[in-house]
Design a binder for this molecule. Sequence first.
Ligand code: ATP
Ligand code: MG
Ligand code: FE
Length: 343
Amino acid sequence: CYILAVETSCDETSAAVIKNGTEVLSNLIASQIETHKAFGGVVPEVASRKHVESITLMLEEAVNQAGISLEQLSAVAVTEGPGLVGALLVGIMAAKSLAFALDKPLIGTHHIAGHIYANRLVGEIQYPCLALVVSGGHTELVLMQREGSFDLIGRTRDDAVGEAYDKVARALGFPYPGGPHVDKLALSSEVSEELPRAWLEPDSYDFSFSGLKSAVLNAVNQHKMRGEDGYQAAIARGFQESVIDVVVEKAIRAVKSTGAVQLLLCGGVAANRGLRGALSERCEKESIPLSIPPLAYCTDNAAMIGAAAYLKWKHGEFSGMELKAEPSLSLSSWSIGQTRDPR
Ligand code: ATP
Ligand code: MG
Ligand code: FE
């Protein structure tokens, strides 16, 4: 089975070919970061236009690099949501056109299911498992009782972790996207500024990062008013420690209370070295099997979309030509393998 997967939900135009659900034959990513940097964040209209410019070439190259012909494709998969509507539409239109022209099945895929199933590119997944999703727009704990079922047991009540990273990075003077800069600065710092942790109710798996973000902005302003400099590293470290403490603790607690046999880390912030290290250490101590995708499969990419789409393909769950962009598609309303028996 060869699946051509397309991902255009935000500011990465990506196309990949996945063989039998796990083997990445090609995974091309055209990042628009340089374009959006000037604006300090992603400008939706600009993102759509950039996707249009590169999508055709990306599709061609993904198939070429995979060393297969278009006729050999088993299906064309595409992110249907969530994401920026105009950006999603570009990928959907391209995927539809190709699927229609080649007379191949079309598979609409959930972006976060893709982030989660990036872990399938690393190895087998054991169920029930718990996914810790930390990305630019999402911070969630997802219980998966079986392959393709998603129960949201915790979510952020305000900012997503990646969003908080980007805002803190901006306050510290870094360009968009700031997550990797804060990560690097935090790990280089010997000192840490004390910042709050939002645990919420004792039994809650929800998250909140807006208080922490405000605390960082206040601290930055105070240092500035006192005319100090060189404070950035301690703030970066304090911020990162606060995020990691809460995220790791809640994930471990959720694994224990749900009886999950494996923990999956995913989403763009899964690329954070501090988080990868702390979570690995804690899981080792607690004897919890942990899966973390390599860096290239953490941030947005089409290979992860192909991995999730393969499961839909196995169940013969295809989308019609009426497939729409769903900017706020929820994960609980989306599933794999619910409508038909596996082949
Ligand atoms: P979503 O997946 O929720 O729709 P998105 O697709 O925009 O959002 P991703 O590509 O999954 O987000 O992740 C991008 C985010 O990851 C950005 O906020 C970025 O700052 C953050 N990020 C990337 N690398 C790191 C890192 N090393 N440390 C912290 N954050 C990071
Ligand atoms: Mg991005
Ligand atoms: Fe993403």
